[in-house]
Design a protein around this ligand. Structure first.
Ligand SMILES: [Fe+2]
Length: 222
């Protein structure tokens, strides 16, 4: 799990009293020590066929609510937060973090996804955040669900002025992980652990919600 990848950062607790991601705080952060450097780079993964075709309209970091839609997204709310760091442990501020995932019916917000289940119009499908001075980002989304051929996952793209990383986040303890062809392409056990995120009950953040920490390590710009 991510906490094994980054013990120097330590497991962090997302706290807050409101559903809004604006209320999310991430505490505390243990210092990166020389003994833990360099950090293990987060592995690159395929973008897949359903990268969003547009970022128009509501594309913020709350995927559970869509402007103009009366109903919130179906599924279990999951707060996913973390930091973008370089291999030296320094926070990467100002990075664009994009996520996209299927809705609770297993459908992507993408014209190429014509599978049978109706799309959940209450799910935003994709969202963007920009990392702060501490490299932090956060999203309010749903716990990813499986679709034919894939274990639950959330696609991530991290874009800085120097480089771009595309990867995927998986749910630690998910039984389908063992047979997932893309997750199994990650041969290095430390890198595999780095993309497995434990989603734990976070009722104090939002009743019935889950929360997890996904720190992302990108190579330093040269
Ligand atoms: Fe996917």
């Amino acid at each position: 799990m991510a906490r094994i990848l980054t013990p120097q950062i330590g497991r962090r607790t997302v706290v807050g009293g409101l559903a809004s991601t604006a209320a999310m705080l991430v505490l505390p952060r243990a210092p990166v020590t020389a003994a833990n450097l360099p950090l293990i780079p987060t592995p690159a993964q395929t973008t897949g066929p359903f990268y969003p075709v547009d970022w128009l309209g509501d594309a913020d970091n709350d995927l559970v609510r869509v402007h103009g839609e009366p109903a919130r997204a179906m599924g279990q709310v999951a707060h996913v937060a973390g930091r973008v760091l370089d291999a030296s442990g320094a926070p990467v501020s100002g990075a664009s973090v994009e996520i996209w995932q299927c809705d609770n019916n297993g459908r992507y917000r993408h014209p190429g996804d014509r599978r049978g289940s109706p799309r959940d119009s209450g799910f935003q499908g994709r969202g963007r955040a920009v990392t702060g001075a501490d490299g932090g980002y956060s999203f309010r989304t749903i716990r990813p669900v499986p679709y034919p051929g894939r274990t639950p996952h959330i696609h991530f793209a991290i874009i800085t002025s120097a480089r771009q990383l595309v990867t995927q986040m998986y749910v630690a303890g998910e039984p389908l992980n063992e047979g997932d062809f893309l997750l199994n392409r990650i041969r290095d056990p430390r890198q595999r652990e780095s993309v497995l995120v434990l989603l734990e009950p976070a009722d104090r953040l939002e009743p019935g919600a889950l929360a997890g920490t996904f720190d992302i390590v990108i190579a330093s710009s040269e």
